[in-house]
Design a protein around this ligand. Structure first.
Ligand code: C2E
Ligand code: CA
Ligand code: CA
Ligand code: CA
Length: 278
C-alpha cells in the first residue's frame, strides 16, 4: 500500500510542485543573498512639489546575483514575506538606509529617509529596539526617518500593532501609508493611529490627466489628508503636467520618474546642488 501511495505521489508531484519548487529555490537563494550581501539599496528622490527640489529619498532594495543578473523586489519581497526572511532582510535595509542617511547628514544634506516596512517586521518583537539602536548609532534625528506601511497592516487591527505604532510615533519617527487607496481597508485607522503622511498610489496618478474620475479621487484624497493634518506624497509622477496638477491641488510632495528614478547614492549628486532643507 505504501508503495502505491508513493507512486501516486510521484505521478502528480511534477505538476503540483513546479511553483513550490521555484519558491523553495528562491528562498534558498535569498537566504544566501542576505548573508553574502548581494542585496543593496537604491534611493529615489522625493521632491517638494511647489519648489521642485529634493527633500528626501525612499530606499528601495535591489538584488544583484553573483552572475550579474538583477532581481526586482516585486519578485522576491513576496517570497521573503511568505518565508519570514523579510525580518532579516528588512533589518538589513533599515540599517543600511540609516547608515547612508548619516553620511548625507555629515555632508550637510538634511534629507529625510523613507523605508518600507512589512507587517511581519512590525510584529517582530525586536523591531523597536533595532530602530532605536539605529537612530542612536547613526546619530539621526528621528523626524528625518519615515516608515512606509501599506493598508494591509490595518486590516488585522490588533492591540499589539496599535501600541507598536504609538511607540514608534512617540520616538518622533514619521509613519506613512504607502499605496493609499489600494488596500481595501476601512479609513477609520487614519483617526486612531498616529499616521503623518499619506502616499497616493501610482495607479491613481496614471489616469489623473486623462480621466476626470481619477482626478476627482486624487483631489478628494488630498483634501481628506489635509483635513486630517496629514501631508501628501503623490507616487508615479512621470510628467510636467502631473506635477502641475499636484501643484494646483496643494499636494506637498511628489515622487516618480519625472523627478528621478531610483539610483545608487553617488548618482544622486546632481540633485544636491539645489535640494531643499526642511
Ligand atoms: P513601492 O513602495 O510603492 O515603491 C515604488 C515603486 O515604484 C518602486 O519600484 C519604484 O521604482 C517605482 N516607481 C517610482 N516612480 C515611478 C514612476 O514614475 N513610474 C513607474 N513606472 N514606476 C515608478 P521597486 O523599487 O521595483 O519596488 C517595488 C515594491 O517593492 C515597492 O513598492 C515596495 O512595496 C517593495 N519594496 C521595495 N523595497 C523594499 C524594502 O526594502 N522592503 C519592503 N518591505 N518592501 C520593499
Ligand atoms: Ca514605498
Ligand atoms: Ca508606494
Ligand atoms: Ca507600489
Amino acid at each position: 500500500a505504501k508503495r502505491a501511495g508513493r507512486n501516486q505521489l510521484s505521478y502528480y508531484a511534477p505538476v503540483m510542485n513546479a511553483k513550490l519548487k521555484a519558491t523553495l529555490q528562491m528562498e534558498t537563494d535569498l537566504r544566501k543573498a542576505i548573508n553574502d550581501h548581494e542585496l543593496f539599496l537604491v534611493y529615489q528622490p522625493i521632491f517638494n512639489v511647489r519648489h521642485q527640489a529634493m527633500v528626501g529619498v525612499e530606499a528601495l532594495v535591489r538584488w544583484r546575483k553573483p552572475d550579474g543578473s538583477m532581481v526586482f523586489p516585486d519578485e522576491f519581497i513576496p517570497v521573503a514575506e511568505q518565508t519570514g526572511l523579510i525580518v532579516p532582510l528588512g533589518d538589513y535595509v533599515l540599517e543600511q538606509a540609516c547608515k547612508q542617511l548619516q553620511q548625507w547628514h555629515k555632508k550637510g544634506l538634511d534629507l529625510s529617509m523613507s523605508v518600507n516596512v512589512s507587517p511581519a517586521q512590525l510584529r517582530d518583537s525586536n523591531f523597536i529596539s533595532l530602530l532605536q539602536n539605529c537612530l542612536k548609532h547613526y546619530s539621526l534625528n528621528p523626524l528625518k526617518i519615515q516608515l512606509e506601511l501599506t493598508e494591509q497592516i490595518f486590516i488585522e487591527n490588533s492591540e499589539e500593532l496599535v501600541s507598536s505604532l504609538d511607540t514608534i510615533a512617540n520616538m518622533g519617527v514619521h509613519l506613512a501609508i504607502d499605496d493609499f487607496g489600494t488596500g481595501y481597508s476601512s479609513l477609520s485607522y487614519l483617526q486612531k493611529l498616529s499616521v503623518d503622511v499619506l502616499k497616493i498610489d501610482k495607479s491613481f496618478m496614471d489616469a489623473v490627466l486623462s480621466d476626470t474620475e481619477s482626478a476627482m479621487l486624487v483631489k478628494a484624497m488630498i483634501a481628506m489628508a489635509h483635513s486630517l493634518n496629514l501631508a501628501v506624497v503623490a507616487e508615479g509622477v512621470e510628467s510636467q503636467e502631473q506635477q502641475d496638477f499636484l501643484a494646483t491641488e496643494g499636494c506637498e510632495r511628489g515622487q516618480g520618474y519625472f523627478y528621478g528614478r531610483p539610483v545608487e547614492p553617488e548618482q544622486l549628486a546632481p540633485y544636491f546642488s539645489d535640494y531643499l532643507a526642511t
